[in-house]
Design a protein around this ligand. Structure first.
Ligand code: NAD
Ligand code: UDX
Length: 476
């Protein structure tokens, strides 16, 4: 069997790499319109950072896994084609700011229709609105050459960045949606056969196409909803003296609720949660289900509130002005173990601080400096890119980032931040020295003993660090 995957991104890359590793009898060609991306996939420095990915790619590349810009040949030769292109939120026109933009999916479908000379199983791997498969089918059938048959399947991807390889190797489930016809069932069987190389058959779930498409949006909406729920309670904790970690533990031990995805934070980021919920909201509005749309809108509103609330807390704690103060930002990626910054909460935090006149010293172990500057000078973030460039310094070392700053802000939960030498950091910072832990990863008691003034999510600390710097030993 020959497989082609259109779109060599965060999903296409790891998915095809693991498929190639587990299916030595299948030849997989990953194509992309970006020649730069393909060149990176063929080089020693892959275009994305994902733990374990380098090893898998090295084992399979040019054996049964190929990266190419020759989209035409790959489509022509393939029996099965994954469409794994980006489906961002629309930025203009109908559904602007909510609907998924399917222009890349559509262009992939048009390429297949134009190039294909034999039967193809076309698999939607991208996250799409419910009934998107109908549009793909429409394009393919309207351009169908005689004697060529197409089957369309939905096979959404559930991997999370930072754990993609493990998620793919040990997927909780693989979901395949197909048409309820004999041909549809056959196509489902063929895709299922690929996954059965490493996923137990009972974990391969087959549904109708629309259930499969909707389940992907639903899964992301549920996950994000849990984070917004715990984040909403973090505000209650800060106002009452409860501790959100204790609340999350107590709640999560109920086996009906479960403990995962209850980590209060500065807010969720990433390319999927917001985009997919907005997509769900748009669908509900179009289906004349305003109450359902409003319900899911709250998940996003709560996330915006959390990001703003944390940013405001920093400003208020620093005597209500950060103008001309230096602030260190540790972590810029939307979560640890990735270099991806799409929708990262760090952008909102930095934007708010920059608007208030702060100078920022930013360190992230995996995000490229150019990416940080691109994100912070984007027209949606600032009207004065030159001013931002002057106010932002990117560092390759956390100790240099914190030197002579008034405050240190943790935006990403990188493991290496836990083990930093905070005595050394304290000595090098301006006093009083503040730490704002947006990820709840540091030992706050210890930091207060050193002399820091600590603020975090979902737990109110007395101004212990400050009191100590005045010679008063507070009761913790
Ligand atoms: P990405 O932006 O990293 O990659 C998409 C790639 O598709 C890009 O390299 C782009 O150049 C290429 N592309 C676009 N149109 C093309 C065309 N017509 N021909 C050839 N190449 C084309 O996106 P991603 O993060 O991999 O996401 C892909 C899809 O998977 C999205 O629908 C997303 O919602 C979904 N998804 C993403 C994740 C994730 O963690 N990133 C997880 C699950 C699902
Ligand atoms: C998510 C889904 O988990 C995955 O199944 C889907 O395929 C793509 O979208 P991803 O966005 O890569 O994956 O990472 P995820 O681990 O879900 O984290 C998303 C955001 O939520 C991150 O910013 C993370 O820091 C935040 N988060 C996660 C919390 O704030 N608290 C939590 O308890 C969990």
């Amino acid at each position: 069997m020959k497989v082609c995957c259109i779109g060599a991104g965060y999903v296409g890359g790891p998915t095809c790499a693991v498929m190639a590793l587990k299916c030595p009898d299948i030849v997989i060609t990953l194509v992309d319109k970006s020649s730069e991306r393909i060149a990176q996939w063929n080089s020693d420095k892959l275009p994305i950072y994902e733990p374990g990915l380098d090893e898998v790619v090295k084992k399979c590349r040019n054996v049964n896994l190929f990266f190419s810009t020759d989209i035409e040949t790959a489509i022509k030769e393939a029996d099965l084609i994954f469409i794994s292109v980006n489906t961002p939120t629309k930025t203009c026109g109908n559904g602007k700011g909510r609907a998924a933009d399917l222009k890349y999916v559509e262009s992939a479908a048009r390429m297949i229709a134009e190039i294909a000379q034999s039967n193809k199983i076309v698999v939607e791997k991208s996250t799409v609105p419910v009934r998107a498969a109908e549009s793909i089918m429409h394009i393919l059938r309207a351009n169908q050459k005689p004697g060529i048959h197409y089957d369309i399947l939905s096979n959404p991807e559930f991997l999370a960045e930072g754990t993609a390889i493990n998620d793919l190797l040990n997927a909780d489930r693989v979901l395949i949606g197909g048409e309820e016809t004999p041909e549809g069932h056959q196509a489902v069987e063929k895709l299922s056969w690929i996954y059965e190389h490493w996923i137990p058959k009972q974990n391969i779930l087959t549904t109708n196409t629309w259930s499969s498409e909707l389940s992907k949006l639903a899964a992301n909406a549920f996950l994000a909803q849990r984070i917004s729920s715990i984040n909403s309670l973090s505000a209650v904790c800060e106002a009452t003296g409860a501790d959100v970690s204790e609340v999350a533990r107590a709640v999560g031990l109920d086996s009906r609720i479960g403990s995962k995805f209850l980590q209060a934070s500065v807010g969720f980021g990433g390319s999927c949660f917001q985009k997919d919920i907005l997509n769900l909201i748009y669908i509900c509005e179009n289906l004349n289900l305003p109450e359902v749309a409003a319900y899911w809108q709250q998940v996003i509103d709560m996330n915006e509130y959390q990001k703003r609330r944390f940013s405001q807390k920093i400003i208020e704690s620093l005597f209500n002005t950060v103008s001309d103060k230096r602030i260190a930002i540790l972590g810029f990626a939307f979560k640890k173990n990735t270099g991806d910054t799409r929708e990262t909460a760090a952008i909102t935090v930095c934007q708010t601080l920059l608007e208030e006149g702060a100078a920022l010293d930013i360190y992230d172990p995996k995000v490229e400096p150019e990416q940080i500057i691109d994100d912070l000078t984007h027209p949606s973030v600032t009207e004065s890119p030159e001013k931002v460039k002057k106010a932002v310094q990117i560092h390759s070392d956390p100790y240099s980032a914190v030197r002579a700053t008034h405050a240190l802000v943790i935006c990403t939960e990188w493991d290496e931040f836990v083990d930093l030498d905070f005595e050394r950091i304290y000595k090098s910072m301006m006093k009083p020295a503040y730490i704002f832990d947006g990820r709840k990863i540091l030992d706050h008691e210890r930091l207060q003993q050193i002399g820091f003034h600590v603020q975090t999510i979902g737990k109110k600390y007395q101004r212990a660090g400050l009191l100590r710097s005045w010679g008063i030993v507070p009761q913790l």
